[in-house]
Write a protein that binds this ligand. Structure first.
Ligand code: MEV
Length: 331
């Protein structure tokens, strides 16, 4: 049996602009997904999970399904692809298992167990964490040695079935942990301090792929100007991310949120949360694709921030930023 865990993530800055070749800064958080895989004698794949549903089917069926999904991806038919992958919770698991097995050349049966502490569809990188922890566990269980680069590559190819053309930033932070500077093709660990933040969840109706498509459909002139501003803010954030105080990052967070709102990916509820945080001198922004999901809130006094948010009917949760990346664990 082989078992790996991966952390969830937040975008400190640079979501969406990273899709257009700009840099982003991401941090791993103390919410993790745990995966264990063991070989089975029959040619079946069995997946049981807390939070992701369950699946039981033949290896051949999973590999065939993954082939059909690859062909939809190849044609760029993301509408049909996402409909097939998300038809039921078990079709997502069938896609995940089939694609990872296909990429690793595995044609034998196995059982997998998942346990996730990362809420899905919340902008916290749950699918990247699951894809990577699963890919590593499956490979290791079948004695396939995967270096970091290869593991990241295969995991990203699994992610593509869920998100179309992800930038790879979520996979990179889940793998490295800590805080990273990411630009397509480059990953660098930054010397950030472990910091506490507050997360406020909001319901998310749209998928990452849909939000990326929405940004793509906007007026190109307007989009380019916003992406340039986000890039400027990302370079600014890099200068301050390892410093003790929050003063500068608070301002950068609030400016980034304005830019993300101008991209049309914020929601009225996210706006209300950000207003509360700003009013008491903190910084807040959405994290990830938007259209709902988690709002990341920072302040020098998290107790007062928490009280202010609760007074307005929100439910903030503490999270630690800068956690460890992909890890073996003993189940
Ligand atoms: C999703 O977590 C972040 C986006 O920038 C998409 C991506 O990087 O692939 C919206």
């Amino acid at each position: 049996m082989a078992s790996y865990s991966c952390p969830g993530k937040i975008h400190l800055i640079g979501e969406h602009s990273v899709v257009y070749g700009k840099p982003a800064i991401l941090a791993a958080i103390d919410r993790r997904t745990y995966v264990s895989v063991r070989k089975d004698r029959d040619e079946k794949i069995t997946i049981s999970s807390k939070g992701f549903g369950s699946f039981h089917g033949s290896v051949k069926d999973c590999l065939d399904f993954s082939g059909r999904l690859d062909s939809l991806h190849g044609k760029g038919d993301f509408k049909k692809l996402f409909a097939a992958v998300r038809k039921t919770p078990s079709s997502s698991l069938r896609a995940l298992a089939g694609k990872a097995a296909k990429e690793l050349g595995i044609e034998e049966g196995f059982s997998a167990r998942f346990k996730s502490g990362i809420e899905s569809n919340a902008g916290l990188g749950s699918s990247a964490a699951l894809s990577l922890a699963f890919t590593k566990s499956l490979a290791s269980c079948f004695g396939i040695r995967l270096g970091d680069k290869k593991a990241g590559k295969i995991s990203l190819s699994v992610e593509r079935l869920f998100h179309g053309r992800p930038s790879g930033a979520d996979t990179a932070i889940c793998q490295r942990g800590g805080i990273i500077w990411f630009r397509k093709g480059t990953v660098k660990s930054l010397n950030g301090r472990k910091k506490e933040i507050l997360l406020v969840r909001t319901k998310r109706e749209s998928t990452t792929g849909e939000m990326v498509a929405k940004v793509k459909a906007m007026d190109p002139q307007k989009r380019i100007a916003i992406m340039d501003e986000l890039e400027r803010l990302t370079f600014e954030m890099r200068k301050h991310v390892s410093k003790r105080g929050n003063e500068k990052t608070v301002d950068i967070f609030n400016s980034a949120q304005q830019s993300l709102r101008a991209l049309g990916i914020s929601t009225p509820k996210i706006g209300r949360i950000c207003d509360v945080v700003r009013e008491i001198g903190g910084g807040a922004k959405l994290s990830g694709a938007g259209g709902g999901g988690c709002v990341v809130c920072i302040h020098n006094d998290l107790r007062s921030l928490g009280k202010a948010l609760r007074r307005e009917g929100f439910h903030p949760e503490r999270a630690l930023v800068g956690e460890r990346g992909l890890r073996l664990f003993k189940p």
